[in-house]
Write a protein of this length. Structure first.
Length: 256
C-alpha cells in the first residue's frame, strides 16, 4: 500500500510544491485536490499548531484554501483526530483500488468504439470539456501532466466519430495508475469505461506493468462496480480535512 501511495504522489506532482517540516505542500491552481493540498508524509519536529499556522499563511499567499489529505500513512500519528478537534470538517471519501495481476485482462469488441492516443494538452482539454472545467483548471492540468516525473499516456474514445470517453495511465516501474477515467452521461451503461480501462492496462502491461491502481470516490457505486469486474479491490482509503466554507462537509465517519 505504501508503494501505491508513493506512486500516486509522484503521478499527481505539480511544479508548485515544497516541503515544510516533513509535510509536502502543493499549490497547483487546478481542480484536483491531491495537487493543491498538504500531504502529511513526515512527522516533523514542530508542534502541530505552529505547523498549521505556517501552512495557513502559505496557502493564503497562494490564494488557495488550506486542505489536508489524510491517509493511513499520515504523520504525525492521530493527525486526523487532532484536525477534527480543531474544527476541520471531513470531505471526499476516496478509495484506492488495486489490481494485483494484469495477466488475466481481456478485451471485447464494442460497436464503433475506437481508441486514440492524444497529447497531454489535448487530453487535458478533452477531459476538461467533458467535465465542464474552467480554462484555468484545464491549463493547470495540462501543465501538471507535461511536467510529471512519471510518464503519462492519454487516450480519447470515439464512438462513430464522436468523443464519448477518455482515460489515461501513468507508468512507474511495474505499477500502472489509471487516471481521469470519464464517460459522457449519454454514453454510459454500454461497458465503454470497463473496456477502455482494460485496453489501457493491456498497453501498460506490454510496457512492463504487472499491477495497477486507481482512485475513485467512495460513493461512486457504478464506477466501483465496473472496477470490481475488472478485478480491482479496495486497498486503502483517504479523505481531506479543511475549515474552508467553500467545501461542504461530506462523509464524516472513520474508515475500517
Amino acid at each position: 500500500m505504501a508503494r501505491i501511495e508513493d506512486a500516486g504522489l509522484n503521478a499527481s506532482a505539480p511544479t508548485q510544491q515544497r516541503v515544510f517540516d516533513g509535510w509536502l505542500l502543493r499549490f497547483s491552481p487546478g481542480k484536483a485536490k491531491r495537487a493543491r493540498c498538504i500531504n502529511a508524509i513526515g512527522a516533523g519536529r514542530l508542534p502541530l499548531a505552529d505547523k498549521l499556522a505556517f501552512c495557513e499563511r502559505a496557502y493564503a499567499q497562494a490564494a488557495l484554501p488550506l486542505v489536508v489529505r489524510i491517509t493511513p500513512f499520515s504523520e504525525p500519528p492521530r493527525l486526523d483526530e487532532a484536525l477534527a478537534t480543531m474544527g476541520m470538517h471531513c470531505l471526499d471519501d476516496t478509495r484506492v483500488m488495486l489490481l494485483p495481476d494484469l495477466r488475466a485482462l481481456t478485451t471485447h469488441a464494442l460497436p464503433g468504439m475506437k481508441l486514440h492516443e492524444v497529447s497531454c494538452l489535448d487530453f487535458a482539454q478533452t477531459v476538461g470539456a467533458m467535465r465542464g472545467s474552467s480554462a484555468l483548471h484545464c491549463q493547470a492540468h495540462a501543465e501538471r501532466l507535461h511536467h510529471a516525473p512519471v510518464r503519462f499516456r492519454g487516450f480519447v474514445v470515439r464512438q462513430d466519430g464522436e468523443a464519448v470517453a477518455c482515460a489515461q495511465y501513468a507508468l512507474e516501474a511495474d505499477l500502472a495508475g489509471l487516471y481521469d477515467v470519464f464517460t459522457l452521461p449519454t454514453a454510459r451503461g454500454q461497458g465503454i469505461a470497463r473496456e477502455t480501462c482494460a485496453r489501457l492496462l493491456i498497453r501498460a502491461r506490454s510496457e512492463g506493468a504487472q499491477r495497477a491502481y486507481l482512485q475513485v470516490e467512495g460513493d461512486n457505486e457504478p464506477a466501483r462496480a465496473a472496477y470490481h469486474r475488472l478485478g480491482f479491490a479496495d486497498a486503502y482509503a483517504y479523505h481531506y480535512r479543511t475549515r474552508d466554507p467553500q467545501f461542504a462537509p461530506g462523509w464524516a465517519g472513520s474508515h475500517p
